[in-house]
Design a protein around this ligand. Structure first.
Ligand code: PEP
Length: 236
């Protein structure tokens, strides 16, 4: 099982350090075998000492080693901390930061070439979900159109936009049906994301074709995140 935490624009450098240390100790002490992924904000990235199944990734990076791209970070900055994992295509970057599919593809190809583990996010807005399952699938597959789905370090996160940060997760039936159909095209691990929390994690992880979760809001409190890791362990 893969349990991933997206900090978004939360936690400071100091509190990130504490969080990563607490989670690492927990993973060691509880003998956790699941994969734990943590995406802190860019200024809080560091060369953390981690158990082998805990990884730190960037929430965003520009498809360059270095250069003149004000406000962006490149692979050289990530190399300094040994970061080899990246979140690409998160709905907040697509919708708030207006990232195009073309830029997302460039990022994917650049960081794939460097061997990064990539958590690639897809997901439909509410107006598409309201049109029915075929539109939902078409929309999500279109976001994967020029993405090499055979890449060995690829993880896909299905995150319906209307379920992100709203407190309202997709229903068990919606997740089950969507993942089942997506699975026909996607062999990579398939995560669900969208208002996952301690209270619904067990049910979500028990759905066929759900290989893990990407969690925002409910993961920022380290005790809650530890509870989620513990739930994933119990489910084996
Ligand atoms: C996310 O940011 O990927 C996410 C799923 O957020 P939340 O858990 O807050 O819905």
């Amino acid at each position: 099982v893969i349990i991933a935490s997206n900090f978004k624009t939360n936690h400071t450098r100091e509190s990130t350090k504490e969080f990563v240390q607490t989670v690492s100790d927990f993973v060691d002490l509880q003998d956790i075998k699941d994969e734990v992924l943590i995406f802190p904000s860019a200024p809080s990235l560091d060369a953390f000492v981690l158990p082998s199944n805990v990884s730190i990734g960037a929430q965003n990076a520009y498809p360059v080693k270095s250069g003149s791209f004000t406000g962006e970070i490149g692979s050289q900055q990530l190399d300094e901390f040994g970061v080899k994992m990246l979140l690409i295509g998160h709905s907040e970057r697509r919708h708030i930061l207006k990232e195009s599919n073309a830029l997302i593809e460039q990022k994917y190809n650049f960081y794939k070439e460097l061997g990064y583990k990539i958590v690639f996010c897809i997901g439909e807005p509410l107006e598409v979900r309201e049109k029915g399952i075929q539109e939902v699938i078409d929309y999500n597959l279109a976001q994967l159109e020029n993405i090499d789905l055979g890449y060995e370090h690829l993880i896909i996160a299905y995150e319906p936009v209307w379920a992100i940060g709203t407190g309202v997760s997709a229903t068990k039936q919606q997740i089950e049906q969507t993942h089942q159909i997506l699975r026909q095209s996607i062999k990579a691990p398939l995560l669900y994301g969208g208002s996952v929390k301690v209270a619904n994690l067990k049910e979500i992880l028990s759905i066929p074709n759900v290989d893990g979760v990407l969690v925002g809001t409910a993961s920022w409190n380290v005790e809650e995140f530890q509870k989620m890791i513990a739930i994933a362990k119990e489910m084996k």
